[in-house]
Design a protein. Structure first.
Length: 350
């Protein structure tokens, strides 16, 4: 039975990837390594935690000695690496946390893979999950392709760009079998309510202001998180060593149009008069260095590996709202304690 290490499996995307691999690949033993930061939550995997082909290990990828020992004892066959600090606003307040986890943590995993797989790199795979934000910002036209130049603007995207470069360098220098995918903004269940969509859902349900940065004209390309997990499955199994794939939804929305759609859906679901949620929209000070537009060209993935997004945005957003309204305990749990402090710090002087 092959043993696959998934890092960051208690987070938003990681939990969907872990669930998919446990259930779709009973031939694998899945080990989920996660530090359980504010963004990691074992409740995200409650439905699958007792599966016989799954195990959780709490640990920090920044701790090189721990990672080295873990690889020695566990003898992983492959790695799917998602653990990261992932929120742009937090990276503006605390860039060093992003350097440590996203850059140093990734290099620790690469080093441990190199050491433990020596002489047999072809039989193992290091899959690094990354973001389209490494490409920087688009103007009104054009799409990011796999050959777009890296041009990160936030400490978050700079740290992810750096980790991508390290992964590629280990392929080129040492012959490690690596794959990288760069995905657009994900949405769906278990998304921590610091990011736009779950934050807005949580605020609307509580009749709190919906903070829209700047004029709300920035554009993001939204992908259903389960479509991303399926892309990771396909790429992990079929991509050539050293290759890169862009993953995206062909689904561009300005933030303000997205929020208006969400308000409309929430009014219907909460039986509120049409237009009542929109009254909560509040324009606030823009994010520093705010990228104008992200949009992905995922033709390579579609043509070479046959992947395509499955859900229309309206349907996916409706399902997402349903999940949050049915899981208010989850929301209340993750927004108690430190979240209040974070929210105060981020939004009080905007
Ligand atoms: P997330 O913040 O929800 O989850 C990150 C997980 O990593 C958490 O469970 C956290 O506990 C864990 N973690 C953080 N630091 C760690 C450390 N030092 N050691 C071990 N575990 C640690 O993030 P996400 O949105 O699920 O993103 C997952 C990955 O996908 C990231 O690499 C991110 O850059 C990438 N990505 C995210 C998006 C998106 O829209 N969210 C889009 C493209 C790519
Ligand atoms: P976010 O979900 O943080 O993802 P990213 O910055 O990685 O794309 O933000 C998505 C967009 O929404 C981005 O343009 C910033 C904007 N935004 C707001 O307008 N208000 C908010 O409260 C947040 C968190 C984000």
């Amino acid at each position: 039975m092959k043993k696959i290490l998934i890092t960051g499996g208690a987070g938003f995307i990681g939990s969907h990837v872990v669930r998919r691999f446990i259930t779709s690949h009973p031939e694998y033993h899945i080990v989920n390594l996660d530090k359980l930061t504010y963004a990691g939550n074992l409740l995200n995997l409650k439905d699958v935690e007792h599966k016989p082909n799954y195990r959780f290990i709490k640990g920090d990828i920044v701790d090189a000695a721990f990672i080295d020992q873990l690889f020695k004892t566990e003898k992983f066959d492959s790695v799917i690496h998602l653990a990261a600090e992932s929120h742009v606003d937090r990276s503006i307040s605390n860039p060093l946390d992003f350097v440590m986890t996203n850059v140093v943590g990734t290099v620790n995993l690469l080093n441990a893979s190199l050491k433990n797989w020596k002489g047999a790199y072809g039989e193992h795979r290091f899959y690094h999950v990354s973001t389209d934000e490494v490409y920087g910002s688009l103007g009104e036209k054009g799409l990011f392709t796999e050959t777009s130049a890296y041009d990160p603007h936030s400490p978050y995207s700079a740290s992810k760009a750096s980790s991508d470069h390290f992964v590629r360098s280990y392929q080129d220098t040492y012959g490690l079998n690596t794959v990288i995918s760069n995905c657009s903004n994900n949405y769906g269940s278990h998304h921590f309510p610091e990011k736009l969509i779950p934050l807005a859902i949580n605020n609307i349900r509580q009749n709190n202001p919906i903070p829209v940065y700047g004029k709300g004209e920035n554009i993001r390309d939204w992908l259903w998180v389960e479509d991303h997990a399926r892309a990771i499955d396909v790429i992990f199994h079929q991509a050539k060593a050293g290759s890169t794939f862009n993953v995206g939804g062909h689904n561009e929305w300005t933030n303000i149009d997205l929020i208006r759609l969400l308000c409309h859906i929430m009014d219907l679901k909460l039986n509120r008069p049409e237009g009542s949620s929109e009254k909560l929209i509040t324009y606030v000070t823009d994010r520093a260095g705010h990228d104008l537009r992200y949009a992905i060209d995922s033709n390579k993935l579609q043509k070479e590996l046959g992947w395509a997004p499955s859900l229309q945005f309206e349907e996916g957003l409706g399902k997402t709202v349903d999940w949050y309204l049915a899981n208010t305990d989850w929301l209340n749990n993750v927004t108690s304690g430190n979240y209040q402090f974070y929210y105060q710090e981020q939004y009080s002087d905007r």
